[in-house]
Design a protein around this ligand. Structure first.
Ligand SMILES: NC(=O)c1ccc[n+]([C@@H]2O[C@H](COP(=O)([O-])OP(=O)(O)OC[C@H]3O[C@@H](n4cnc5c(N)ncnc54)[C@H](O)[C@@H]3O)[C@@H](O)[C@H]2O)c1
Length: 350
């Protein structure tokens, strides 16, 4: 495990994005999304992927200079064309627009088309929570998940997040893929030669398999909680692609395996302005009523604590911010080193 100072990681990331042709503002946005995600402990969806995004810009699958544009809008909704911009740039603009619209209308939806992998969904939901709103964020993705009674990849793992403010700078937030486990967990098991539970994959006959080596060519991920995860993934597909004009299901390319292809993913962002519906202090009192009742419930044998969704992530972030430095996984070190070699920007590892 290697360590890095947060400020150094930010500077490195911004410089790398500027070297790819991005504006200072957009480079700072992308770096903030990725590093915040790392500090929450979601190391699979933060700066580990920076190199791939930059390679995709160089290969033409992303446009570093593109500006997302509002294509259509009403009083409480809009559709943004990402214009092939980096997913984080379009998503940041879209959630901020939803927040501004919700300040007037109470609730707003902003959909995005012609976008790409946006990283971790939770970042955007938390933008709304920071503004005293309930936020929802979601994306479709290239199909790597089978559906019940199916035997081939049919739908993306379609990440979904919500966040609600707790009145103390933190939020209750859930940020999940709608597959039973993330693809990376299968890949990690394969690398370690471990057998996997039969609830992670189905083979090409639609039967559960414990063989991680079959993924992705001869196996697909299983949806979270069978038909329930499948149904929610369809809802995400509706709000992110069917309604926005983005690629539907197989019209979305793999963002990291097909670097020169336009990804064509879509996203959806919803903001609900709490203060329009009840006084903020009343909401905070009520959300803590809920949180306390959940957290003070009887614990399972050997369990030391009941967590709220997002609580573990806030604990990790607090630790990292307090020390000003973060441990990097081996996969992050490898990826950031490659980026350093290809750009000539020094990788400031400790
Ligand atoms: N952009 C994309 O295309 C894409 C695709 C898939 C996943 N992702 C991202 O991958 C990340 C990981 O997804 P995942 O499905 O592996 O997440 P996960 O299974 O690790 O679940 C994480 C969530 O569950 C909550 N949680 C975990 N244990 C808990 C407990 N004991 N009590 C209460 N809450 C608990 C966490 O607070 C967090 O919100 C997410 O950030 C997601 O957005 C992105």
């Amino acid at each position: 495990m290697k360590k890095i100072k947060l400020n150094d990681l930010k500077e490195f990331s911004v410089k790398a994005l500027l070297s790819a042709g991005m504006s200072e503002t957009d480079a700072n946005t992308v770096a903030d999304v990725l590093i915040t995600t790392d500090t929450f402990g979601v190391m699979t969806h933060g700066t580990r992927n920076l190199n791939q995004y930059i390679q995709k810009m160089k290969a033409g699958g992303l446009d570093a200079k593109a500006e997302p544009t509002i294509e259509r809008e009403g009083t409480a909704w809009a559709i943004i064309n990402g214009n092939k911009a980096v997913g984080m740039v379009s998503s940041y603009k879209a959630m901020n627009l939803a927040i501004q619209m919700a300040k007037k209308a109470g609730i707003a939806y902003v959909g995005v088309k012609n976008s790409c992998h946006f990283g971790a969904a939770g970042y955007y939901a938390n933008l709304a929570a920071k503004e005293g709103m309930i936020g929802l964020s979601m994306s479709n993705a290239d199909p790597i998940m089978a559906v019940p009674n199916g035997c081939k990849p049919a739908i993306g793992t379609n990440p979904f997040a919500f966040a609600a403010p707790l009145g103390n700078g933190k939020s209750v937030f859930l940020d999940i893929a709608l597959s039973n486990v993330a693809a990376l967990k299968v890949i990690m098991a394969r690398e370690k030669g471990q057998e996997i539970p039969d609830t992670w994959l189905v083979d090409t006959e639609g039967q559960p398999t414990k063989d991680a080596f079959k993924f992705p060519e001869e196996a697909s991920l299983q949806p979270m909680a069978a038909h329930k995860g499948y149904g929610l993934a369809v809802l995400v597909e509706l709000l992110t692609s069917v309604l926005t004009g983005a690629g539907i299901l197989s019209e979305v390319a793999s963002w990291n395996l097909e670097l020169s292809s336009v990804n064509n993913a879509g996203h959806a962002f919803i903001a609900i302005d709490i203060s329009k519906m009840m006084p903020m202090d009343m909401f905070i009192q009520r959300i803590w009523q809920m949180a306390d009742e959940l957290k003070k419930g009887p614990k399972a044998k050997k369990a030391d604590k009941i967590y709220l969704p997002g609580e573990m992530e806030w604990e990790r972030r607090e630790q990292v911010l307090a020390s000003g430095e973060m441990e990097l996984t081996d996969a992050m070190v490898d990826s950031l080193r490659q980026l350093s070699e290809s750009t000539g920007i020094v990788f400031p590892i400790m």
